[in-house]
Design a protein around this ligand. Structure first.
Ligand SMILES: Cc1cc2nc3c(=O)[nH]c(=O)nc-3n(C[C@H](O)[C@H](O)[C@H](O)COP(=O)(O)OP(=O)(O)OC[C@H]3O[C@@H](n4cnc5c(N)ncnc54)[C@H](O)[C@@H]3O)c2cc1C
Length: 382
């Protein structure tokens, strides 16, 4: 059996694996990414692609840990998107250079105070009614509109961009984990060849748990289930916004992004709708979404639109009381590094964490032999 020696063997070809591959390769390390199905196929291509600065997590009125970790992320991504970072994302499509937050009624005093505090730090700015963009430039819109410094990217172009430069280091296969004395000693790929690495990076999203169990790493993860809503309609206006409500200020009632896939236009809906919707059947979730839309955007006609739903789990490290993690997660165990970005937006932070804690020098020569390459995955919610 052939043996491939590398500095880093990365299991999983979502944004985490592909980002680390690009970053470590640029730093001079030899790497290999092993993807079992298709690149980006799980959470990454299911994501809404929002690179947010944390405002949405701070709606409860407290500028919390989420906000502190995320606030620099849109700027950091802009550096990558303009080619001014070791991870060069110049070919990634920006779906929207801005993001909005709107209320269904006039804002409560609590929210006004909170937004005022962010205003001072120039994270949000109010939009005057004369400047309302579509679909808010309608007399029936009685709420307030704020612009956030967040951006929305096209996740498929992100996966393509991260793949292109270092494609020959990405292989398709099911890695069998071989352990010796409590650490990974090699990976056997589809019983065809062996990969021996200085360090093994687990970047397999929900798939990390199985590997952690095999290696007996004392770590647990949690899945956060979501039930997203998808609306297809050719006359839908572009909408990139959080709808917030006086009913519950702690999270956006609905988080909207707009996508064009195979020449069809879609709204992809997440936020509280997707979190609370895990208990609903698909039909009930659609019914509930339609009622919400009638309240939030009553002037938009959805009669020609096709509604569907999509279920998926977010992968996170286990936390007490199932709380949302506030940072990217990176842990080192022997020669293994376990990673969950917890948010696409936090991937640069995860990359920095890995790079500043590896303490090895580039060693193995990258001489990859011919292997099957995985395809770029399809958008899973279509
Ligand atoms: C519906 C939804 C919306 C989201 N929206 C946003 C958003 O707008 N903004 C934001 O910041 N974050 C968002 N997120 C979170 C973000 O998508 C994830 O944090 C991020 O994509 C995780 O990337 P990953 O590469 O770690 O995991 P994944 O994208 O899940 O990739 C894991 C990869 O590993 C592969 N794999 C699994 N097991 C194995 C194995 N044994 N061997 C080889 N390969 C394996 C899988 O096939 C997959 O390709 C969203 C998540 C969801 C689910």
């Amino acid at each position: 059996m052939n043996t491939q020696k590398v500095d880093f063997a990365i299991i999983g070809g979502g944004v985490t694996g592909l980002w680390l591959n690009a970053l470590l390769a640029r730093t001079g390390f030899s790497t290999i990414v092993i993807e079992k199905t298709a690149l980006g196929v799980e959470q990454t291509l299911a994501s809404q692609g929002m690179i947010h600065g944390g405002v949405k997590y701070s709606l409860s009125g407290l500028v919390n840990n989420h906000f502190d970790t995320l606030k620099g992320m849109p700027e950091r991504w802009m550096k990558c998107l303009s080619g001014d970072d070791p991870v060069d994302l110049r070919n990634v499509k920006i779906l929207s250079p801005r993001y909005y937050m709107f209320s269904d009624e006039s804002l409560s005093s609590k929210l006004i105070t909170f937004l005022g505090s962010l205003l001072l730090r120039s994270h949000v700015s109010p939009v005057k009614s004369a400047d309302f963009p579509k679909p808010f430039n309608n007399p029936k819109f009685k709420g307030n509109l704020y612009e956030l410094k967040d951006i929305v990217i096209d996740t498929r172009s992100l996966v393509e961009n991260l793949t292109r430069e270092f494609e020959t280091r990405i292989v398709k296969g099911h890695p069998e984990i071989v352990c010796k004395e409590g650490r990974i000693s090699s990976l056997i790929i589809d019983r065809k060849y062996r990969v021996k690495a200085e360090k093994y990076i687990l970047a397999a999203g929900v798939g990390n748990q199985k590997i952690i169990n095999t290696v007996e790493i004392p770590l647990e993860m949690q899945n956060r289930p979501l039930h997203q809503v998808v609306i297809r309609g050719k006359n839908l206006p572009d909408l990139f916004a959080h709808a917030v409500s006086i009913r519950d200020l702690s999270k956006p009632r609905i988080t909207f992004t707009t996508h064009i896939v195979d020449r069809h236009k879609y709204w992809y809906l997440g936020g509280e709708l997707a979190e609370s919707g895990v208990k609903r059947t698909s039909l009930d979730q659609i019914k509930f979404a339609k009622e919400e839309l009638k309240n939030i955007l009553p002037w938009i006609d959805f009669s020609e639109c096709k509604f569907s739903t999509f279920r998926i789990d977010r992968a996170e490290p286990k936390s007490k009381k199932n709380l949302k993690p506030t940072k990217a997660f990176v842990r080192f165990y022997e020669n293994t590094i376990v990673c969950w970005p917890t948010k696409l937006a936090l991937t640069p932070q995860l990359g920095d964490d890995v790079l500043s804690n590896i303490f090895i020098k580039p060693n193995a020569e990258p001489e990859l032999f011919a292997a099957e390459r995985p395809e770029i995955g399809k958008i899973p919610w279509i």
